[in-house]
Design a protein around this ligand. Sequence first.
Ligand code: PRX
Length: 661
Amino acid sequence: MTNSPIDPVSSDSATIEALLFEDRRFPPPAAFKAASLASGNELYDAADKDLESFWADQAAELLTWSRNWDTVLEWDLPFAKWFVGGQLNVSENCLDRHVEAGKGDKVAFHWEGEPGDTRTITYAELLDEVCRFANVLKDLGVRKGDRVNIYMPMIPELAVAMLACTRIGAPHSVVFGGFSADALADRINDAQAKVLITADGGWRRGAAVPLKINADVALVDTPSIEHVVVVRRTGTDVHMETGRDQWYHDLMSMVSADCPPEPMDSEDLLYLLYTSGTTAKPKGIMHTTGGYLTQVAFTHKYVFDLKPETDIYWCAADIGWVTGHSYIVYGPLANGATSVMYEGTPDHPGKDRFWDIIERYKVTILYTAPTAIRTFMKWGVQEPERHDLSSLRLLGSVGEPINPEAWMWYHEHIGGSRCPIVDTWWQTETGAMMIAPLPGSTTLKPGSATFPLPGIGAELVDDQGARVENGGGYLTLTQPWPSMLRGIYGDPERYRETYWSRFPGRYFAGDGAKLDDDGYLWLLGRVDDVMNVSGHRVSTTEVESALVDHQKVAEAAVVGAKDETTGQAIVAFVTLKGDQKASDELGQELRGHVAKKIGAISRPRTIVFTEDLPKTRSGKIMRRLLRDVAEGRDLGDTTTLADASVVEEIRRRADAAPQED
Ligand code: PRX
């Protein structure tokens, strides 16, 4: 761990100390507590008493099963099976049972496109569209177990496509629309997907993102794809390959809305979602059916204190990330909630778009990321102040540590000082929230995700794996949980190695955290070579390999530097091949190259051209020093450097390097 961006075990970090001086407390407001679903310790006590019965009770209460399970948990570390022998269908749980219960006219999604067009979709309408699209997929030859790739903007058809896959038992693999053609092709090939569902484009900040054009580039290199379904969204002119590409609306007009749900085993693969790790190759995280749906429904209900009859819930993430999978699609629909879904960016047409949406739909629960909150802070309080936000009763945060200042701003200016804030720590791998308050029960401290949820075991350990009960350590999970990843697609060994080998018997999350005197957990960020940029995971190695893929680059080292708004920003130190000259234009070209190879979120903010990189005598790049340089800190120990003068020169150049917004 010598390259760790933070050392959670030593307490020399100013951030950690500052966090631990945070002594503001926010107990649940009395009225909120009185009306909440969980105001005491009952859920924690039940889980402590008997973990398996606790989760079995949740699975039985929250979901409808077509066959009961025989065994709650089979745990052969690190492989878990939950509700073994049980059968259910996810789309039936998300749709049919609500319609059968007489809630067909209830709104599932108030959808709003970025240009201002809207659609109101009831549960009955969503079921109808899902059944028809499931029949389309069947007609295209998709069978139970076949993988379907989805590369779409935030439009209702994205949720329809996912649910249609679950209806027929075809695992989906959604690739975020901001990823590049190369990234899409890699993911399609790893999953060996048979069908790709995409759109002509999607609206983002007033412009059409050319999804089909990107997909066409990817499709040159994806032999497993037999059919492409294209939703018309932006009206962009696109090429339709005869025999392969068909319009969604044409296919939908030819099928019936009768499609019985396929009963799936609890442990059948529900979806793959690719995420960045510490190597250049993204990992296909596997989630299965029964356990996943149980925990997303449970956490969505209790962490958001959901009252499906009255709440208007809005998760402002993109469905292309796990937050959208679990808390725009599966959790809210399983619980019969009414959600807002929004296609575009928060600054289009004005910087008050979110507040305008909240006012118009009377949103009661808002779930967003600290980067968004810090951006809103920068834009100023006049934006939310122009709107009536009094419908809000609960706020959520996810994706990165929330600094106390941003927490307080969110609390005061968005929540009117009356709404609890649930800071929810979890990962693509955990599938659902793991560390978070229960808003009617937990006293909040600004910046702390508080405690593990009922049924979740989390502990900190030191470098040697000894438990830390107070102070900093590595965050580990001590027991299996229903929505845990079941592995990395096609690579069980990598699964074991990545998550279960660092601390024997424990899942290592890759995060550092601190425990304060009251047992509150304070998340500190990643301790591995994974960056967190605007709440999105970016691998340093992946960006480095995109850079050295450029013909003029000899070597590259990438670090995440602290950034006031985005949490971390990508800083790349690049040495060029012998005859190449550094220039601002080349810097731009390299940024563009990374965006093309991976996607715009991975575009470095700063490129520092250097003659040399700081290396140990054995040739290992000392990232920790580069991080010190990138964050303008005094240099740490340089005695192991092969050539200490290299760093001073790099610092001089870093100070002069242009930064991109
Ligand atoms: O470092 C943690 C950070 O995001 C990582 C997981 O990223 P991803 O798989 O993309 O999922 C993001 C949405 C769940 C974690 O390892 N993270 C997530 N939530 C928090 C957080 N860090 C601090 N506080 C959080 N609430």
